[in-house]
Design a protein around this ligand. Sequence first.
Ligand SMILES: C[C@@]1(CC(=O)O)c2cc3[nH]c(cc4nc(cc5[nH]c(cc(n2)[C@H]1CCC(=O)O)[C@@](C)(CC(=O)O)[C@@H]5CCC(=O)O)C(CC(=O)O)=C4CCC(=O)O)c(CCC(=O)O)c3CC(=O)O
Ligand SMILES: NC(=O)C1=CN([C@@H]2O[C@H](COP(=O)(O)OP(=O)(O)OC[C@H]3O[C@@H](n4cnc5c(N)ncnc54)[C@H](O)[C@@H]3O)[C@@H](O)[C@H]2O)C=CC1
Length: 220
Amino acid sequence: MSLYPVMLDLRDRLCLVVGGGRVGCRKIRGLLAAGARVRLVSPACSERLTHPAFEWRQRPYRRGDLAGARLVFAATDDPAVNRAVADEARKMGVPVNVATGGHDGDLLLPAVRRRGAIVLAVSTGGGSPALSAVVADRLFQQLGPEWERVLEIASRLRRRSLTSPKSAEYNQSILRQLLDDGLAGLLRSGRREAVDELLRRHCGVDGLAELGIDSLEPLP
Ligand SMILES: C[C@@]1(CC(=O)O)c2cc3[nH]c(cc4nc(cc5[nH]c(cc(n2)[C@H]1CCC(=O)O)[C@@](C)(CC(=O)O)[C@@H]5CCC(=O)O)C(CC(=O)O)=C4CCC(=O)O)c(CCC(=O)O)c3CC(=O)O
Ligand SMILES: NC(=O)C1=CN([C@@H]2O[C@H](COP(=O)(O)OP(=O)(O)OC[C@H]3O[C@@H](n4cnc5c(N)ncnc54)[C@H](O)[C@@H]3O)[C@@H](O)[C@H]2O)C=CC1
């Protein structure tokens, strides 16, 4: 299956989760981490979730529950209920994820790992969710805490309009040079002077201070 990946901005958007078992609760945690408002409809909830943006209607799903929702998750253990939720979503034109798989839903969730604003998302298109998680864990190991600093430098270089907005490729090639010359490793070991030297060599910037980065705090 060839899926189309996107990154959704769900801040303050109402998302409905039907079914509050292990799977529904995982979906809820992911949604809250993305700043969404979450409504759970479920007789039971297997985690103690307390969050100002979370609300629980403690009862079974009934038609009409989707009113106002921008995104819906059918996560009960009853495929017929999940299908009914998907059915209502389709009629309302709201995208729906169906945890019991099959072709009832519009979207599948990837395995997600976050390093600051860097989001790693891995999907096997429903083939093996467990493999998605394993691949995500392996890739995440390559993405140590120093990559938050790499991103900070990259975004500051970009904001300085080092190159004209049209030369995205030029920006990329500068980043590749910095990384090929070991930027991430130097940041990991806190070697500020060597980083400054790289920035001078590749970017014509007089070090981190010129980018407004005054100190390199020790990494966790
Ligand atoms: C289609 C999809 C629909 C959807 O979006 O929910 C779906 C469906 C199903 N999952 C099942 C089983 C498991 N799912 C997981 C874990 C995850 N499942 C996720 C996504 C997806 N799961 C979508 C496809 C994504 C893809 O293929 O890439 C992850 C990536 C994201 C998330 O859910 O947040 C999350 C990783 C969490 C992480 O990041 O670590 C584990 C492992 C575990 O729980 O530890 C198991 C047990 C092991 C196994 O079966 O592999 C079953 C069988 C149920 C049964 O047999 O009863 C179905 C139903 C079916 O396939 O028919
Ligand atoms: N997509 C995924 O990542 C995974 C999907 N699954 C599938 O997802 C299903 C759910 O898995 P779990 O959360 O582990 O099951 P679970 O049994 O822990 O939770 C099911 C939840 O649905 C609620 N529920 C039942 N009937 C309902 C109704 N009519 N209206 C509203 N809520 C209702 C229950 O109260 C319970 O909270 C499984 O049956 C399995 O097929 C399983 C593992 C991973």
